[in-house]
Design a binder for this molecule. Sequence first.
Ligand SMILES: Nc1nc2c(ncn2[C@@H]2O[C@H](COP(=O)(O)OP(=O)(O)OP(=O)(O)O)[C@@H](O)[C@H]2O)c(=O)[nH]1
Ligand SMILES: [Mg+2]
Length: 281
Amino acid sequence: MSFFKKLKSVFSRLTGSASKIDEFELEDTLIEADFGVELAAKLTKELKRADDLSAALKVKLEEIMLPLIGEMQIDREKKPFVIVLEGVNGSGKTTTIAKLARMFQRQELTVDIAACDTFRAAATDQLSEWANRLGCRIFKADAQRDPASVAFEALSGAKTAQSDVLLVDTAGRLHNNTNLMTELAKLHRVLNKLDETAPHLTVLVLDATTGQNLVDQVREFGKVQPLSGGIITKLDGHAKGGAIVRIADEFKLPILGVGKGERETDFEKFSIDKFLKDLMG
Ligand SMILES: Nc1nc2c(ncn2[C@@H]2O[C@H](COP(=O)(O)OP(=O)(O)OP(=O)(O)O)[C@@H](O)[C@H]2O)c(=O)[nH]1
Ligand SMILES: [Mg+2]
């Protein structure tokens, strides 16, 4: 049984029957749903006396998450407004770039894309396909070129063209993690050298189905460059949603949007109501 289903089933059995709440079962289920031991214990303590468990959980989630719900907004004075997308491989960076490009285009903004994942040739091909489809300018280079040099060319080009937004794709995997982080740091330095206010947003893309690992991802990427916020992808799947609450609670990381599918239109603002609906059916 998926963790979501399990949580749902505990909730459906427990909701409205406060006296029968088995706090151990509730705590275990929260832990299994990736809320983490600490937050699960805290929530259990606060929820166990609730008359209506789901209503009480909603209040708790609102306490933790409402202040952190944000949006992808740009400052139109900055030309281009530079957004770097980071995250482990497969988290959804490239797809999220397509979603953001599409969203900004609908706001009548011109969007350029920098293909700074030069680790694999296929990464640039995937992004080029999206750029073609969406009609965005793409700055790219041969595989194995220094990503920072692609970033340099892209920001220079986007500045000259007076583009509104520059979306920067990055690699999720290199030969090792240290390389990845060193390379990211260099990319940030190069952007910052060309425009001392750039990047304007550094966004971590987090795959909701990954569970507990999200905690390490936020910690590690946050060491390279302070994170402006996270975008949660694959909330359409069988996400172990608890980890999202945990990173909000632990890191106070703003949630700037969610991905709910593989198409460029599958992007929306995070909603606690929808999240709870997924959680409890
Ligand atoms: N269901 C679903 N699938 C998604 C979502 N976002 C991305 N995907 C899929 O997840 C897979 C990986 O997405 P990418 O955008 O290529 O991920 P990436 O972070 O760029 O991966 P690397 O380039 O390997 O580091 C693809 O098959 C996407 O179609 C989402 O919100 N929901
Ligand atoms: Mg990619």
